[in-house]
Design a protein around this ligand. Sequence first.
Ligand code: V0V
Ligand code: CO
Length: 162
Amino acid sequence: MLTRIDHIGIACFDLDATAEFYCRTYGFTVASIESSQEMGVREAMLRVGGTDDGGASWIQLLEPLGEGGPVAGWLARNGEGVHHIAFGTADVEAATAAAGEHGVRSVYPEPRPGSRGSRINFLHPKDCHGVLTELVTATGAGGAATLRADPDQAADQRAVRA
Ligand code: V0V
Ligand code: CO
């Protein structure tokens, strides 16, 4: 039911500087930058090449929008670093329910809007051996309005996310 690693979420103090590091060092490009008041973050998606299974994987950089959200608290305690991993699935509700049957609590009763038009839920880190685990169903291009990639890459992302 979980088909790939969709992204690794990395908490950082300065989104622009961190994105610049990833782009300069690894040659990644910033595909989108969005803010989510609900999640308390400004986040960038950096596409990690293409994959041979028709999917793509991403690095998600997370900068807290204010004091209150989960990333702000995590950064204050831990400093910068890996905040969560996200598995891709065609059906976030079913995947969350399936984990629930194994006693793994979800953070939200229903999926919420995620990056680039996706629908997401989280599994509690205390039930996942210390790893905050996101389940994500991509739903079309979604973030097309915020795409910063070149047209070829944007078209590719639409194909991947459709
Ligand atoms: C907290 N804990 C973590 C953790 N955050 N452990 C591993 N990884 C993390 N990221 C541990 C923490 O050390 C505590 O352990 C315990 O959980 C409770 O921590 P807390 O500070 O009291 O935190 P809570 O309970 O207030 O919040 C924890 C949860 C929160 C997981 C419920 O982070 C949450 O709601 N996360 C889901 C939303 C989110 O993370 N949004 C930002 C990404 P001890 O000290 O008790 O042992 S948004 C995103 O990814 C998007 C939009 C996307 O991909 O599209
Ligand atoms: Co995420």
